[in-house]
Design a protein around this ligand. Structure first.
Ligand SMILES: Cc1cc2nc3c(=O)[nH]c(=O)nc-3n(C[C@H](O)[C@H](O)[C@H](O)COP(=O)(O)OP(=O)(O)OC[C@H]3O[C@@H](n4cnc5c(N)ncnc54)[C@H](O)[C@@H]3O)c2cc1C
Ligand code: FES
Length: 318
């Protein structure tokens, strides 16, 4: 089958990348992000179940892994099957290096919800997948002294790499960005329905990271929503100066409704369904507030998936 992907080009010189196959689409406004993307055959190294219906998969894919930064994502397609036809987006959990320090692959986490994630859960080591990335804008580096992260569902996975970068434990991308500011306080708030659905809590056992858990049924951590934990933080003596968030949309809306009135800048990473991943199909649009007070659609795949909380207009509020 012919590829529908645009050419991958390096961000700096925009030369065609040898691992891509498709024709150039120069007229599309792709916000520059997609020009770093490469398409490659990834080999499944391993995977482990980390919670109910939730897996962590390791892929050997040096091309994508060497470029990707925290908060960015990549599209996964099956090589053997045409169903599901369209690729599915997954966020970077962390990159993998060999003993010589070379980037060889990456890990991502996923929860089984449908066709692709079911297929992924049945793959063994040695299986091959088509992946394309990195895509999207990723997380900016925080400026505040106290940074709070709020995650729900499978939304915790992008924050492993973000925290490791902030703590100086790992660098990402072909030109690692300098850490000009190191937050003094990092609070990671992670919620799920029940304890069995909390995945990879130990991944956040990082120096200087204060982990606060919440479960709807009270089986672990705070009994209630993770947004209760954020509310307590905001009411406390050292309120966060910046908030990063990823998870189910109702949770992100609740976070926006807490931080926006408090004047706390926040960044929400959307998990909108995506068909193409490179800005062509508009299946991934989000409503973004415009300077004149109205809102307009923006494509999550190229202009996101990370948007300022103050700019997002949720469906209930449109
Ligand atoms: C930028 C980005 C990063 C993501 N990162 C991850 C990740 O790291 N781990 C992970 O598990 N998931 C992630 N997702 C969501 C993931 O892409 C979907 O779960 C996946 O596409 C489901 O594919 P499927 O074929 O298994 O399910 P499908 O058969 O496509 O769908 C099954 C059911 O889930 C619903 N559904 C599918 N996708 C979404 C969605 N995004 N939001 C709400 N409902 C949906 C469908 O409507 C359907 O009811 C991310 C999404 C985005 C946009
Ligand atoms: S997924 Fe096609 S425009 Fe975003």
């Amino acid at each position: 089958m012919g590829s529908i992907l645009p050419p991958a080009r390096s961000g700096s010189d925009r030369k065609l990348n040898a691992v891509t196959t498709a024709a150039e689409i120069p007229s599309l406004d792709l916000c520059g992000q997609v020009f770093e993307a490469v398409q490659e055959i990834a080999v499944v190294v391993s995977q482990e179940q980390v919670a109910a219906n939730t897996f962590r998969m390791r892929l050997e894919c040096p091309g994508v892994a060497a470029q990707i930064r925290p908060g960015q994502f990549f599209m996964v397609r099956s090589l053997e099957r045409s169903d599901p036809l369209l690729g599915r987006p997954f966020a970077l959990l962390d990159i993998i290096r060999n003993s010589g320090g070379e980037v060889t692959g990456l890990d991502f986490g996923y929860v089984v919800v449908g066709k692709m994630t079911q297929l992924l859960s049945q793959l063994d080591g040695g299986a091959r997948l088509s992946i394309w990335g990195p895509l999207g804008n990723g997380f900016s580096l925080p400026q505040a002294e106290h940074v709070a992260i709020v995650a729900g569902g499978i939304g915790q996975t992008p924050f492993v790499a973000m925290l490791r970068e902030l703590l100086g434990l790992e660098t990402y991308g072909s030109s690692p960005r300098p850490l000009l500011h190191k937050p003094q306080q990092l609070t990671f708030c992670y919620g799920a329905r029940t304890a069995a659905a909390l995945a990879g809590v130990e991944w956040f056992d990082l120096p200087g990271v204060d982990v606060r858990l919440a479960t709807d049924d009270g089986s672990r951590g705070h009994h209630g929503f993770v947004t209760d934990v954020l509310r307590q933080l905001i009411a406390g003596e050292a309120a966060p100066g910046e908030v990063y968030c990823c998870g189910p949309e109702p949770m992100m809306r609740a976070v926006a409704n807490l931080i926006n009135p408090a004047g706390i800048p926040g960044w929400l990473s959307l998990e909108t369904p995506m068909a193409c991943g490179f800005g062509a199909c508009f299946s991934c649009v989000a409503r973004i507030r415009q300077p004149d007070g109205t809102w307009d659609y923006r494509r999550s795949c190229v202009e996101g998936p990370v948007f300022p909380a103050a700019d997002l207009v949720f469906a209930e509020d449109a």
